[in-house]
Ligand binder design. Sequence first.
Ligand code: AMP
Length: 572
Amino acid sequence: MSQEPSAATSEETVTFADLGLRPELTKALSALGYEEPTPIQREAIGPLLTGRDLLGQAATGTGKTAAFALPLLQQWADSADGRTRVDPTALVLVPTRELAVQVSEAVHRYGRDLGVRVLPIYGGQPIGRQLQTLRRGVDIVVATPGRALDHIGRGTLQLAELRTVVLDEADEMLDMGFAEDIEAILQETPDTRQTVLFSATMPSRVEGLVKRYLRDAARIQMGRAAPAPGESPKVRQSAYVVARAHKPAALGRVLDVEAPTAAIVFCRTREEVDQLTETMNGRGYRAEALHGGMSQEQRDRVMGRLRAGTADLLVATDVAARGLDIEQLTHVINYDVPSAPEAYVHRIGRVGRAGREGVAVTLAEPREHRMLKAIERVTRQRITMEKIPSVADLHARRLEMTRAAVHESLLEEDDLDRFRVVVESLADEYDIVEVALAAVKVAHEAMGNAPDDEVIPDIAEPVERRERPGQADGRRGGSRGPAAGAVKLFIGLGRRNGVRPQDLVGAIAGEAGLPGRDIGAIEIADRFSLVEVPADAADDVIQALRNATIKGKRVSARRDRDRDAAPRRQRW
Ligand code: AMP
């Protein structure tokens, strides 16, 4: 078996046309909004077009379906007699009926301008319809092994004309007990066939299949290139598992809780970018689309709006976002799991610069779990599985914002006296706490807290839940009070100056040499921030901060007057 050179690590742009695909195919791909081949497509399509056997180690989400489907379609179209055959020239075996439908739909979409006939066959579907379609003639069959064998036994699926067999998700098929069926099917196929095997993992049973049925196969392994240690940016990485239908709501919820200064949301295709931008604008976010189909002028306008702060969300494809350097960016959100670990590393490299903490959030569908694991392996970094914030979390967060606003107003002590008459007149009649409660309610509602009560089902996580890094180091947890001996510092920069918790942690850690884990709760108000530090380090931190700049501004720092405040449940 030989090793293909790894194109996946090369930075230069390769198009689908460069890979030698026919215009009918490149046109279909462009209509689907695929801007460029994914790494597995870049590596697999060339050898497959030459008829070579191929072994690909790649999980769902890498674009592996198109990697094998496009060469199948091209080979079919290249053979002059393609349209007149009755028996299929390609058979794709997959572990589940869902995958059979999904792969067959994908093949159909890619090949729509070629007029190729694709049929999914799987158990549980009435066999009559399958028989009828098979009799009329089919070019590509996508089948589960059991049902395929059933048809072979009845003589209704003829394999004599087969040129290519694809075993997709081979490890899954073996795990599901299809080993004998697969071998029985392969023995019915012509010796001259091209054999393609994709598997997310390579246990010895899969290697056994490879040895017995693949010849001089090109071997492609996704996620080989690990970034050099120390190269990875400092980024808090988390992922949420959520069904596709609930993704827009989940994104909204995550944005509300994370409250990014500016975020970029990555999507796979242009269509997805446009759709999501529209959806998020409809939900009250200021989102801008950025994709390869836009003119330079349009792109410049979008970037201008982001820099000026009139947009807070950029929705983009990888290609469009290439080379972007946005200083304000605090969050990278992967609306899908990226197609390769390298793409993930590139994406999250846009935050976490200059030693300040950035945040990367990935919304994964249940089937994309494996890809997340592969990314963790390659990056050697943890992606913490989180639960989508609940409506209750959101309410708590919003109440906290209201509390912070009221607190800020108390600290500023500026023109509160104007309202004394209101409070005093009400206090004659009501208990003062009740007056305060009513006033907070009015303020809370005036802050435009729109209701969001969409139920986002919690999907069981196959990956173990882990502690949030923020909780582990006690920096920004939910329920720990100030550590004994901690004092609160007042820092004269707040949200309006673009200050985020990670900036404060970065500055304090960098300037005063105080380790991040010793920094306690952080509260950011509009015009100032409050940070808990150990009492014995407070003076040093104040001194160091006075000589420092945050976000290009000089910092005023002092002990907060309110230093003995009771432990707070909710922090930033
Ligand atoms: P797969 O790994 O084959 O399950 O593909 C994962 C997803 O990526 C599917 O939704 C495909 O439509 C999408 N996809 C595949 N190739 C590309 C590409 N080159 N550009 C954008 N999206 C793609």
